[in-house]
Design a protein around this ligand. Structure first.
Ligand code: AMX
Length: 428
């Protein structure tokens, strides 16, 4: 039997998914699933259930679950398998992954004008600004834009969207590696190898020092763990909103990445390692638990947060942190930065509980990722969000493709004025 492509696999599912949605809407369309309090309207719509995302959910007591599978059960999968899972709901077979990798390679050429744009940017440009600009510049490649201009049935929108998604995914690791080389090394770009998988190629193109084959493993883990985090976070939600106007995948992903560049979202991860290194600086090496406790209190007493701890949704240790800690134990047990991160985990939740403010005293993914990257030779903190972006592009793209397939409507929530709000609360 011929191996099916990702497109064929999704195409076979779409009629059933559309029928399911139509039935749900027809039978239950008027039922209420969420209410909005005044504090939520002023507070980032936190917790308001107002959109649908089938790729993954984040459970407060379990963490990330991709298509029904807890992330810890997926940690040894290739990112390409995760993308397939996000789009189709099923893990691919070996042959399907191989075919998908071949297709990705066929979509992998970065146009010369993109490199020219990147090289023309000032040296002081943030690597996230460089990545976002490159993805936007590649809009020129959009199959969706061309097909839309020619005229296409609404039911076909998902096809060129998937084509664009393959183009973004096929090139984003090469572009991201190019950003790193241009920004920090002003050195020649390293070409991808047709023999390597997506993550291994990314590691190769960055030019990271080889660590007995572990660098590719580290990159696979990193790209798998950050791939998706349901639909309401800033980057996913932005990508969705922009895409809902039928802007193509290049516009939508670039917009989502602009959100990821914010200090409250993707940029947070560089803060975590900084705090760990500051602790080590202060105590001249891996500090003891007592020293970490003192420094944690010093941080809190000066009105700052302890980076890497707490979460808007999670109320347990982020399983992605657990995965990084396990990886570190295996490959970096003797490294002082790893030892410090592990000790911080022993101490900080207790300190935060005693402090009594944080709703969740446990570590999020950012508490663990930086120490791994640092020990594998990636020591330019500013760049960490770019790695996050390469991974998260999978979540954004898969959500975009599915929304096009389902014909999801343009996003248009109702805003109200403060004057309206004052009147409305008086009437309650
Ligand atoms: N250290 C100290 N205080 C903390 C804290 C921490 N790690 N986490 C939360 N708090 C404080 C909050 O600042 C808030 O104080 P306030 O009442 O004086 O404003 C109070 O506890 C209640 O906050 P919360 O409901 O527990 O958290 P939140 O949902 O408002 O915010 C988050 C979540 C992640 C922004 C917050 O926990 C934080 O700032 N953590 C440190 C930074 C960090 O790790 N960011 C990475 C987030 C993961 C990601 O998206 N990449």
């Amino acid at each position: 039997m011929a191996v099916k492509t990702l497109k064929e696999t999704l195409a076979a599912q779409i009629p059933r998914l559309r029928k399911e949605r139509t039935k749900l809407l027809k039978e239950h369309g008027k039922k209420v699933i969420s209410e909005v309090a005044v504090a939520q309207a002023f507070g980032g719509m936190r917790g308001v259930k107002g959109m649908v995302c089938d790729t993954s959910v984040v459970e407060p007591d379990k963490g990330l679950i991709i298509r029904g599978k807890p992330i810890l059960k997926l940690k040894d999968k290739l990112p390409e398998e995760i993308f397939w899972l996000l789009v189709t709901g099923k893990l691919p077979t070996k042959n399907e992954v191989a075919l998908f990798q071949k297709e990705l390679r066929a979509h992998g050429k970065v146009p010369d004008y993109v490199w020219k744009v990147l090289k023309a940017m000032p040296k002081s440009s943030h690597p996230m600004a460089m990545l976002d600009t490159a993805i936007l510049a590649m809009e020129n490649e959009s199959a969706f834009r061309k097909r839309y201009a020619e005229g296409m049935a609404k039911t076909d929108y998902w096809e060129p969207t998937l084509e664009d998604a393959m183009r973004v995914m096929g090139t984003i690791h090469t572009i991201a590696a190019g950003v790193y080389r241009i920004k920090y090394h002003r050195a020649r770009l390293i070409k991808p190898s047709p023999k390597l998988d997506w993550a291994a190629n990314y590691a190769k193109m960055l030019g990271l020092p080889p660590r007995a084959g572990a660098t590719a493993k580290m990159m696979r883990l990193y790209l798998t763990l950050h791939s998706d985090h349901e639909g309401g976070n800033v980057s996913a939600n932005t990508c969705h909103t922009v895409g809902s106007a039928l802007s193509d995948a290049f516009y939508a992903v670039s917009a989502g990445l602009n959100g990821l560049a914010g200090p409250l979202h993707g940029l947070a991860n560089q803060e975590c390692l900084k705090w760990v290194l500051e602790t080590m600086d202060k105590f001249g090496g891996a500090p003891s638990k007592a020293q970490i406790r003192d420094y944690a209190w010093e941080t809190l007493n000066s009105g700052k947060v302890i980076p890497g701890y707490g979460h808007a949704v999670l109320r347990v240790t982020d399983p992605r942190f657990t995965a990084f800690l396990g990886f570190g134990k295996k490959y970096l047990a003797k490294e002082p930065v790893y030892q410090t991160v592990a000790r911080v985990y022993d101490v900080v939740p207790g300190v935060l509980k005693e402090h009594g403010k944080a709703a969740n005293p446990w570590p999020n993914v950012d508490a663990g990722s930086g120490c791994i990257l640092y020990n594998f030779g990636l020591q330019e903190f500013e760049y960490y969000t770019v790695l996050f972006s390469v991974s998260r592009s999978m979540g954004m793209l898969s959500q975009l493709v599915l929304n096009r397939a389902m014909g999801t409507a343009i996003t248009r929530p109702k805003s109200v004025s403060t004057a309206w709000m004052k009147k409305a609360v008086k009437a309650k």
